[in-house]
Ligand binder design. Structure first.
Ligand code: DGI
Ligand code: FE
Ligand code: FE
Length: 188
């Protein structure tokens, strides 16, 4: 799908603020793909659609997770996690995206997962460091992203885990498993 057609589909699903975020993720993901030898077209497409389901009603996302073979334990954790798997499903159904690598990058963009692919890492990190983000510590992650993709990813995941813990929120196990996987491989 061409960029303009994809953006038009996504724009209808999002608020203006979230659409601007999506454009930032798209630009950042393309740069990361160029830098780390990823597929630029897949990075562009996955970035454009990554938050497609962000504003779907919770009931709809729950129903998708329960009926489409996604892990049901997601439903016992923060509902912020749900738009990623629900998005994967809806993007295939409503926008006809069927590239499994692109779909997995959308599916795992919030929780992460162990043994992430290059494309999944690019989308996860682009989502975290796009120019519209202002988390504490994001500039350090942006700097590291220029040098080492995995180290930057670890910083982003650590920040997210600490943020959730500080707010007394649950952390989905896959987020810990992602951290463990990356940190173990780094020490090899
Ligand atoms: O959709 P975005 O706001 O662009 O970003 P996102 O898809 O990374 O997810 C949004 C939020 O999800 C993020 O601020 C933290 C929250 N969240 C809640 N539970 C978890 C979680 N994030 C991770 N990685 N793991 C969790 O268990
Ligand atoms: Fe998201
Ligand atoms: Fe996002």
């Amino acid at each position: 799908m061409e960029r303009e057609a994809a953006l038009e589909l996504v724009k209808k699903q999002l608020t203006d603020h979230r659409y601007q975020h999506t454009l930032g993720v798209m630009e950042t993901a393309i740069v990361l793909a160029q830098q780390y030898g990823g597929d630029e077209q897949k990075a562009e497409l996955a970035a454009i659609f990554h938050d497609y389901a962000k504003f779907r009603p919770k009931e709809e996302m729950k129903e998708i997770i329960a009926s489409q073979g996604f892990p049901e334990d997601l439903l016992h954790f923060n509902s912020e996690l749900w738009h990623a798997p629900a998005g994967m499903y809806l993007v295939e159904k409503e926008a006809g995206i069927n590239d499994p690598e692109v779909l997995d990058a959308i599916r795992y963009h919030t929780s992460g997962r162990p043994a992430m692919t290059l494309l999944e890492k690019i989308i996860y990190l682009a989502d975290y460091i796009e120019p519209g983000r202002h988390f504490p510590g994001v500039d350090e992650v942006r700097e590291m992203a220029k040098e080492n993709l995995d180290k930057a990813l670890i910083m982003a995941i650590k920040n997210t885990i600490s943020f959730l813990i500080k707010k007394n929120q649950t952390v989905y196990p896959d987020t810990f498993y992602t951290y463990n996987d990356l940190i173990t491989k780094l020490e090899d």
